[in-house]
Design a protein around this ligand. Structure first.
Ligand code: PSU
Ligand code: MN
Length: 302
């Protein structure tokens, strides 16, 4: 337990005290992004990947009012399987905690808690961003505004292809959130290795990224997040991807899905309609991002 209202697992507390590399992991992907039972299996495997790359995993979630940084296996099981786990963004954290409820944390909320705990490297699948039609719906993920104000390096496979990628890239620029392609100068599109947009910056090793993280401190630009866009190796079939995206967007509109239900709805549609192909790609993404985040956390300390 720390004075901040956070409950640190013994493993995370020890790593923080010893200034060892730590990687924050989000929990919404476990509760709302992946179907059971693969969600639990992936959550466990991802923690092992982080450990095998020399860092300590810190999965973040709220259980029965406790804000947890680092979960026991039993707590991981609860996040994966309990039906009362809601999806919490930053604005929900205090409400869930004070009322003794349970929630998985989005990228925004996870990054917020991670930085509060003193963790500055984070792995996720795909960031939230500007939704299609946002000029009317105003649906822009709180991930963007949260990351605009946090000192954290986030490894992701770009933003989900369900979004308006061009608008999201514009917002990232406005919010001073740096974007670096890992071994690529194309912005990845989550299920796809290339979203169709070019990137200005590329890095080819964890060491290069660590040097950039250090320079951010020196220039006091480290109060905005840095995004490392890591494309998935084997992308989804593009024709199939585009067809499923079209039917998913039409389905969401027809069923009147809005607000925080939109992203889980579209991800679930992808997993069902692609008969598991998107699920496999999604799992590859989170595994590969976790390994890279651990390498960066290790390099940033050396
Ligand atoms: N990446 C995934 N699966 C997910 C998400 C990201 O591979 O489920 C989640 C993250 O928690 C992200 C959230 O913060 O989707 C974005 O939701 P929204 O668009 O409602 O802000
Ligand atoms: Mn939204």
């Amino acid at each position: 337990m720390s004075a901040l209202g956070l409950t640190l697992s013994p493993e995370v507390a020890a790593a923080l005290a010893a200034h060892k590399p730590i990687v924050a992991l989000e929990s919404t992907i476990i509760s709302h992004g992946l179907p059971r039972p693969s969600n639990l299996q992936v959550a466990r495997e991802v923690e092992e990947i982080v450990r095998s790359h020399g860092a300590t995993p810190a999965t973040i979630a709220i259980l029965d009012g406790k804000v947890l940084v680092g979960l026991t296996d039993e707590q991981l099981v609860a996040i994966a399987n309990r039906d009362d786990i809601v999806k919490a963004s930053t604005r929900d954290l205090a409400i869930i905690a004070a009322t003794g409820k349970s929630a998985a944390t989005t990228v925004a909320a996870t990054a917020h808690i991670a930085v509060l705990a003193g963790i500055h490297t984070f792995a996720t699948g795909g960031l939230g961003g500007v939704h299609r039609g946002a000029n009317e719906s105003f649906d822009e993920s709180a991930d963007l505004t949260a990351l605009a104000n946090l000192d954290i390096t986030v490894v992701c496979a770009g933003v989900k292809s369900i979004l308006d990628v061009a608008a999201t890239l514009e917002r990232l620029e406005t919010l001073a959130i740096g974007v670096i392609g890992f071994k690529t100068n194309r912005f990845p599109g989550f299920y796809l290795t290339d979203s169709g947009f070019a990137l200005e910056h590329q890095a080819n090793s964890a060491g290069e990224i660590a040097a950039i993280i250090k320079a951010r401190k020196g220039l006091a630009t480290d109060h905005h997040a840095l995004i490392i866009a890591n494309p998935v190796e084997h992308e989804m079939d593009r024709t199939r991807h585009d067809a499923i995206l079209k039917s998913g967007l039409a389905g969401a509109a027809a069923q009147g899905i809005t607000g925080k239900a939109v992203t889980p709805f579209l991800l679930e549609h992808f997993h069902t309609a692609s008969e598991g192909e998107s699920l496999k790609v999604n799992i590859d993404i989170i595994k590969s991002n976790s390994a890279l985040a651990a390498d960066i956390a290790v390099a940033a300390l050396s």
